[in-house]
Design a protein around this ligand. Sequence first.
Ligand code: SF4
Length: 193
Amino acid sequence: MEADSRSEEEGAELLAQLGYAVAGAGYPRGLTPAQWAALRYLSRANRFSRTVSAFAEFHATTRGTASQTVQRLVDRGFVQKNPSAVDGRSIRLDLAKKGRDTLEDDPLSDLVAAFRSLQPAVRARFVRTLKELVARLSQVRGGRSFGTCPACLHFDCDGRCTGDSAECWCNLFEQPLDVAETDELCVNFEPAN
Ligand code: SF4
């Protein structure tokens, strides 16, 4: 009973410990942890979500801080700014080749390898649990919960998402979706139930 009452704090402390381990990897390639986080985010986010404000939401930081982080990456050639195809007034952020190449050397790779060493079923359960924790924390703090198309209220696939054709549809943006895009993170995700 005593162990149970302590498990919440222990879980939070262990997650924080993992965070310190990641932050303690230093500044490889001269990039700060926030800049690494931005590169990772841009490699995972869909075209509707590769914006400064969406990254700010994801990284739980202010728009100003996120903007500085991104601008430094743009200045150093890791990220490119392009006009948004959805909204002509917005800027979409895309990883440049230098950014994609740099992610091959991600300091998070040690943690990825540790994850890989877990049994697949344990790993899958852990990832589900972490996603739930992130969503609950975001809810408590009034933030958005990111997710992917298959579990989204706005997704219209009707079982046609196979092969390479763009047969999936986003009802929110009224845009077709490539199959590969449906696995990318979206800031406009809303759980289907
Ligand atoms: S279906 Fe949902 S998750 Fe997919 S692009 Fe549209 S809003 Fe985003």
